[in-house]
Design a binder for this molecule. Structure first.
Ligand code: NDP
Ligand code: MG
Ligand code: MG
Length: 331
């Protein structure tokens, strides 16, 4: 059984009195900065000028260059896009780190794949919320939290583990549960989860279901409600009570169909493909492809993004969501 840390199990407050630079003010950055400030910590934002910098200022934060924020702080949390972390680290963070500082990540990618090689005299750890940044903030405000993983890669001060736990508590994650992991485990499982199941798996499953219904002559709006909109309602039940609660709530017809047809769609072949996806993550093939496409200005990434935007389900959904203000549509 994994050891899980909750509010009461984090006795120390190793982060107290330390100045924290949150580098980046995007999905994770705004959430970490605001939650840490609300739990009583001193936070500055390190970022380039632009939309995020303006937003951080509007939210009341002191905004500095990445170099200056690093220089002034004891704990430097890097919340830039993974593909930009290496260059910004080399140019602005590395020259301004001092012995005993802590270099922190929310995902192990750049350390695990050796893009960033930190000096030996700083602590290096990660605190990775297991959920989107906007929910890290929203759940915190509601008194809840998104769970998180933490891992220590380098303990220069002897204090890295306490600091990591204290940081996790500072963003509220100990309300939900915090698990210790390694950079390898966090990086590989995070990439696998988002590719095979959460993002890649689910979107392709929904699209394939939508296409099957529409190609068979059913109305696209009916197909949208059936395979996309209702997904959330089903997932919410699993979130609350596992598959058991979901299966208890659906009709016996649906539950019987679940058992007989699920394995016909997500077959052993799909599981074999998942194994191949995992192998590409473990042996660095995925990281290499992502890094190479980024080096060229992301031509492959941008082409795939455009193609996906054009899928019929997106246009159908945009129209339907306009009529459902309660879903808070953001088209
Ligand atoms: P976002 O893309 O949402 O935000 C990135 C931020 O970095 C923006 O504020 C952006 O500002 C700024 N930025 C980008 N390039 C530079 C640069 N060259 N110099 C200075 N600032 C720059 O990132 P995420 O929050 O999605 O990801 C941050 C980290 O968190 C990643 O390691 C990711 O894997 C991890 N993570 C993300 C999750 C998520 O929910 N998104 C979940 C768990 C972990 P600007 O407006 O100027 O572009
Ligand atoms: Mg991820
Ligand atoms: Mg149904």
């Amino acid at each position: 059984m994994a050891k899980i840390y909750y509010e009461n199990s984090v006795a120390t407050d190793a982060l107290t009195g330390k100045k924290i630079a949150v580098i980046g003010y995007g999905s994770q950055g705004h959430a970490h900065a605001q939650n840490l400030q609300d739990t009583g910590h001193e936070v500055v934002i390190g970022i380039r000028e632009g939309d995020s910098a303006d937003k951080a200022r509007a939210d009341g934060f002191e905004v500095l260059s990445v170099a200056e924020a690093t220089k002034q702080s004891d704990v430097v949390m890097i919340l830039l896009p993974d593909e930009n972390q290496g260059s910004v680290y080399e140019a602005e963070i590395k020259p301004n780190l001092k012995a005993g500082d802590a270099l922190v990540f929310a995902h192990g990618f750049n350390i695990h794949f050796d893009v960033i090689e930190p000096p030996a005299d700083v602590d290096v750890f990660l605190v990775a919320p297991k959920g989107p940044g906007h929910l890290v903030r929203r759940t915190f405000v509601e008194g809840a939290a998104v769970p998180a993983l933490f891992a220590v890669y380098q303990d220069a001060t002897g204090n890295a583990r306490d600091l990591a736990l204290s940081y996790a508590k500072g963003i509220g994650a100990t309300r939900a549960g915090v698990l210790e992991t390694t950079f390898k485990e966090e990086t590989e499982t995070d990439l696998f989860g988002e590719q095979a199941v959460l993002c890649g798996g689910v979107t392709r499953l929904i699209q394939a279901g939508f296409e099957t219904l529409v190609e068979a002559g059913y109305q696209p709006e009916v197909a949208y409600f059936e395979v996309l909109h209702e997904m959330k309602l089903i997932v919410d039940l699993m979130y609350e009570g596992g598959m058991g609660k979901m299966r208890h709530s659906i009709s016996n017809t649906a539950e019987y169909g679940d058992y007989v047809s699920g394995p016909r769609v997500v077959t052993e072949d799909a599981k074999t493909a998942m194994g191949e996806v995992l192998a590409d993550i473990q042996n660095g093939t995925f990281a290499k492809a992502f890094t190479a496409d980024n080096a060229n200005g992301f031509p492959e990434f941008k082409a795939m993004r455009e193609k996906q935007k054009g899928h019929q389900i997106e246009a159908v959904g945009a129209t339907l969501r306009e009529m459902m203000p309660f879903v808070n549509p953001k088209n």
